[in-house]
Design a binder for this molecule. Structure first.
Ligand code: SF4
Length: 313
């Protein structure tokens, strides 16, 4: 780059909020605005995996039920009044029923794409299939799926495929997956499963929103990819991993403050995308910073955010 040249900034599309997140956030806002919902209002876990969103709702009085040492059932047992909102990631029916039995008002913000996987797995279990679920342990979506039936086998890596007993060999093995994975993760696992078992049926449940965001990253040609999103967000991490696979140095940042200027040295073209739970304004601020950035002009170097995060939702 010649002195004075600005970087080319590619705004990757589609990026950011998916329909499941938009719908979940709207449900929370609707409950907040409606005084007929009993107070206090709780969310089991995080409504979506984004710390800015979580804190903004807390500022509006929402209580997040989060404690790694407790099960979801124990967390529900600790609530004595009010409303409980279940997140976009899904929740076991037993938890919803228990909340209702305790007299709590229940709002289910689960994404319809996640709901479909629950329904599909139930149908397969009823048919007598053995279900293998490829997903991340401790992710709420995975945990909700596992709570459907104890026979569901969680597969995180190819090593886990070696553990299931040979007694499964005579059954149909139905394999499906967490909605925010990528086929790069799934394919090697699927290959090992197919080599080990005879009757394997695979249903790819990576949701369309995730697929489209991942495909957009595979088309990027840039010196650097910035992915805006939370470290806990599975789909955000996948976007950065796919960027790296494309041979593009890829950095995940929660917001502008985490952007390090040294990453921009010798970068002529930078691409920006964001996870499905990242507020649009957070990504827009990063894009505007990069568009104005001039490595010779210190007045463009300030990565302090000017956003009011309290009102980000
Ligand atoms: S990433 Fe996919 S499954 Fe998850 S909330 Fe969005 S649309 Fe639903």
């Amino acid at each position: 780059m010649d002195p004075g040249d600005l970087m080319q900034v590619i705004e990757v599309r589609p990026r950011g909020y998916c329909h499941g997140v938009v719908s979940a956030l709207k449900k929370v806002r609707d409950v907040l605005a409606d005084p007929t919902y009993p107070r206090p209002i709780h969310i089991l876990g995080q409504i979506v995996h984004n710390g800015h969103v979580t804190r903004a709702f807390e500022k509006q009085g929402i209580i997040h039920l989060q404690d790694k040492s407790k099960t979801q059932l124990e967390l529900i047992e600790s609530v004595f009044e009010g409303t409980v909102i279940f997140s976009a990631h899904g929740v076991a029916k037993a938890i919803v029923e228990r909340a209702k039995a305790r007299g709590l008002t229940v709002v289910n913000a689960v994404c319809k794409d996640v709901n479909r996987v629950h329904d599909l797995i139930r149908v397969r279990l009823d048919a007598g299939d053995q279900v293998f679920y490829i997903g991340h342990r401790n992710h709420p979506e995975t945990e909700a799926i596992r709570s459907i039936d104890p026979s569901i086998v969680l597969i995180e890596t190819t090593k886990d495929v070696m553990l299931p007993s040979d007694r499964y060999a005579r059954k149909t093995i139905f394999v499906t997956n967490q909605t925010t994975l990528s086929m790069y993760d799934i394919e090697p696992i699927l290959e090992v499963i197919r080599n080990r078992f005879e009757n394997v049926v695979f249903d790819n449940e990576i949701c369309q929103a995730t697929t489209m965001r991942q495909e957009a990253v595979t088309r990027v040609e840039a010196d650097l990819l910035i992915v805006v999103g939370d470290a806990k967000s599975s789909n955000t991490n996948q976007l950065a991993a796919i960027g790296m696979r494309q041979g593009i140095p890829s950095k995940r940042i929660q917001s502008l403050e985490e952007l390090e200027r040294k990453w921009l040295d010798d970068v002529a073209v930078v691409a920006v995308t964001s996870g499905a739970s990242t507020p649009t304004r957070v990504t827009r601020e990063v894009i505007m910073f990069l568009q104005a950035y001039d490595q010779n002009d210190p007045s463009t170097w300030n990565t302090e955010s000017r956003l009011d995060f309290d009102t980000i939702v």
